[in-house]
Design a protein around this ligand. Structure first.
Ligand code: HEM
Length: 207
C-alpha cells in the first residue's frame, strides 16, 4: 500500500490530538455531561444519569483505546518483526470495539433525537462489529490485503463521535435547533464513515 508521508503524518497527529481531546473533555472538563444531558427531553426510556455516566466513561475510554490501538497497528512499519505485538494489539482493538458497541447498546435507547437516532446508532454498532469480525476472519485465512482493507473500514467508525459533533455544531451555529442538528449530524457521520474507506482506496490506487 502506497503512503503519502505528509498526509499520513497529519492523519496520525490528528488522531492523537482527538484522542487526548476526547479523554480530557469528557472525563475531566465535563465529567457530568450536563449540557449534553440537558437536551434529552421527551425520552421514551427512563434515563438513570448515574448509570448512564458510568457507561459513558467506559464508552469513551474504550473508544479512545480502539482509536489508539488501531492507529498503532496501522503505523507500525516493520510488521514482520512485530508480528506477535500486531496480533495481540489487534485482538485488543477488537475487544475495545466490542465494549464500545456494548456500551452504545445501553445508551442508544435514550439517544438525543429519540427513536430515529437510536435506530441509526444501533445499526451503526451492528455494522461496526460485523466489519471488524470480517477483518479478523480474513487474517485468520491469511488474506492480508483483504484484512487490511476491512480494518480500514472498521477504523473509520472510530470517527463517529468526532463527525457527529463536527456536523451538528456547524448546523447548530447556523441556526438549526440542537436536536435536529444532532440527528442530521448522526446520519451525516454514518454516511461519511461508510463512504470514506471507498474514497481512500480509490485515491490510493491512483497514487
Ligand atoms: C470510537 C470513538 C467514539 C468516541 C470517543 C465516542 C464518544 C462518545 C461520547 C463522549 C458520548 C457522550 C455524548 C457526546 O458527547 O457525544 C457518546 C455517546 C454515544 N455514543 Fe459514542 N463514541 C465513539 C464511537 C461510537 C460509535 C462507533 C457508536 C455506535 C456505533 C457510538 C454510540 C454512541 C451512543 C449510542 C451514544 C449515546 C448518544 C446519546 O445519548 O444521544 N459511539 N459517545
Amino acid at each position: 500500500m502506497v503512503r503519502h508521508p505528509s498526509y499520513y503524518k497529519l492523519f496520525v497527529y490528528l488522531c492523537v490530538i482527538y484522542i487526548l481531546y476526547a479523554l480530557v473533555i469528557n472525563l475531566v472538563v465535563h465529567p457530568g455531561a450536563a449540557t449534553f444531558l440537558s437536551h434529552k427531553t421527551d425520552l421514551s426510556h427512563e434515563l438513570k444519569p448515574q448509570i448512564w455516566l458510568k457507561v459513558m466513561y467506559v464508552h469513551v475510554a474504550f473508544g479512545c483505546l480502539a482509536m489508539a490501538s488501531g492507529l498503532v497497528n496501522f503505523v507500525s512499519r516493520n510488521y514482520e518483526k512485530h508480528r506477535k505485538f500486531h496480533r495481540v494489539n489487534g485482538y485488543f482493538y477488537t475487544a475495545s470495539v466490542f465494549l464500545v458497541v456494548l456500551s452504545s447498546g445501553y445508551m442508544a435507547p435514550c439517544a438525543t433525537g429519540g427513536r430515529v437516532s437510536s435506530v441509526g446508532l444501533n445499526v451503526l454498532s451492528m455494522i461496526w462489529m460485523a466489519v471488524t469480525v470480517i477483518a479478523i476472519v480474513h487474517v485468520r485465512k491469511k488474506r492480508i490485503v483483504q484484512h487490511r482493507r476491512w480494518m480500514v473500514r472498521s477504523y473509520a467508525f472510530c470517527f463517529t463521535n468526532l463527525l457527529i459533533h463536527l456536523f451538528s455544531s456547524v448546523l447548530h451555529q447556523s441556526g438549526v435547533d440542537y436536536v435536529n442538528s444532532y440527528i442530521i449530524g448522526l446520519y451525516g457521520a454514518i454516511a461519511v464513515v461508510l463512504a470514506a474507506p471507498a474514497v481512500i482506496f480509490r485515491v490510493q490506487g491512483k497514487l
